[in-house]
Design a protein around this ligand. Structure first.
Ligand code: PLP
Length: 372
């Protein structure tokens, strides 16, 4: 029997192969490869999909976060409150822009706990960054309200949550997509993401013309008019090939999102093992299941057991950013974020991807149920 891998990107390609190949050939034959009409069209479609006025494509998700931080004015001495349990890129975006990350604990749904934010506010706090980790929207009614009340900017790291959102009450009533709650939203199109490119890609979304223009300038050497460089920028442009291929992904986003949600519903009902905690669903939030993340106190033993049964798993993430060598200089000691640190020893992502078969998900659930 073939092993079940944590992810199979070939399945998502084969499903729409002809459309991807047609798009790629169109770009190859066009003679335009950087900042042309494919990128413009994708930016327009993605903004409309996400529910904002503007979208600016970038070379990857890390640059999207870095440029978003720079655009909203994060610089030296500015503190940004961010959850401890995230992929290190969220934090690197802040520090590359010159800011200082201040870590706060997540809630039991794996995103920034609103009750932890106010404990971390100082007179240097400029912004809050929320990460819709694994694809489930954070508690955005409370988080938006706290940011407004304290006059803090709100950045959303939506790298894992394309298409997710939150049902708001009150003045902002109704469904709002991730990336639209605060000042600026950041996406990654890394190939394994729910909307994945065939190489690197990213984007920033915003309703602010000022932030849009600033990110556009920063991604292109700080220049809006060719050879007129207003500030020190970087080279981080989504290319025509990725934009054309991403348009195909976007057209099939709903179908792929529903497929992931069905797989998650199957796991929810089929995995019955008292040693395993299934991912909790937040009321009023939607979850697009970039990852299906379980918890187990004997996580490493479980991963080995599953490997023996031909089921691949991966840990998102084994070392929280504050305990990484890169951020030793911040001086945030082990033990200072107990829940974040506990999650790093318990979380395990099980197979979840476009094109996973019923037989495969059944085998994954059976293997999990056999663990004693
Ligand atoms: C939560 C999160 N933020 C940021 C990133 C950075 O994206 P990229 O790899 O495109 O730079 C990723 C993915 O890699 C991510 O999962």
């Amino acid at each position: 029997m073939e092993n079940i891998m944590t992810n199979r990107l070939d399945r998502g390609f084969i499903k729409y192969q002809k459309e991807f190949e047609d798009a790629a050939i169109r770009v190859l034959r066009s003679g335009y490869y950087i900042l042309g009409k494919e990128v413009e069209e994708f930016e327009e479609s993605f903004a409309s999909f996400a529910g904002t006025k503007y979208c600016v494509g970038t070379g990857n998700g890390l640059d999207a976060i870095t440029l978003a931080c720079r655009a909203i004015g994060i610089g030296k001495g500015d503190e940004v409150i961010v959850q401890g349990n995230t992929f290190i890129a969220s934090v690197m975006g802040i520090t590359i822009a010159g800011g200082t990350p201040v870590f706060a604990e997540p809630d039991e749904y794996f995103a920034l706990d609103p009750d932890e934010i106010e404990k971390k506010i100082t007179d240097k706090t400029k912004a809050v960054m929320v990460v819709h980790l694994y694809g489930q929207t954070a508690q955005m009614d409370k988080i938006s309200e706290i940011c407004k009340r304290h006059g803090l900017k709100l950045i959303e790291d939506c790298a894992q949550a394309h298409g997710a959102g939150f049902y708001m009450e009150g003045g902002d009533k109704g469904f709002k997509g991730v990336g639209t709650f605060g000042d600026i939203g950041c996406f990654s199109f890394y190939p394994s993401k729910n909307i994945g490119a065939f190489g690197d890609g990213g984007a920033v979304i915003t309703d602010s013309e000022e932030y849009r223009d600033r990110v556009r300038q920063l991604r292109n050497y700080g220049s809006s008019v060719r050879y007129h460089n207003e500030e020190v920028g970087i080279n981080s442009r989504l290319d025509e090939m990725q934009a054309a291929l991403l348009k195909v992904r976007l057209e099939h986003e709903e179908e792929c999102r529903l497929e992931r949600q069905q797989v998650a519903a199957f796991y929810d009902s089929a995995i019955k093992n008292p040693l395993i905690t299934l991912p909790k669903r937040r009321k009023d939030a939607t979850h697009v299941f970039h990852q299906y993340v379980i918890r187990c106190e004997r996580r490493d033993e479980l991963a080995d057991f599953l490997k023996g049964k031909g089921v691949g798993t991966i840990i998102h993430y084994p070392i929280p950013p504050h305990l990484s060598k890169a951020y030793e200089y911040l001086g945030v000691k082990k033990g200072s974020l107990p829940f974040t640190e506990r999650l790093a020893t318990e979380v395990l992502s099980i197979p979840m991807y476009t094109g996973i078969t019923n037989e495969e998900v059944r085998r994954v659930a059976d293997a999990l149920n056999a663990f004693k």
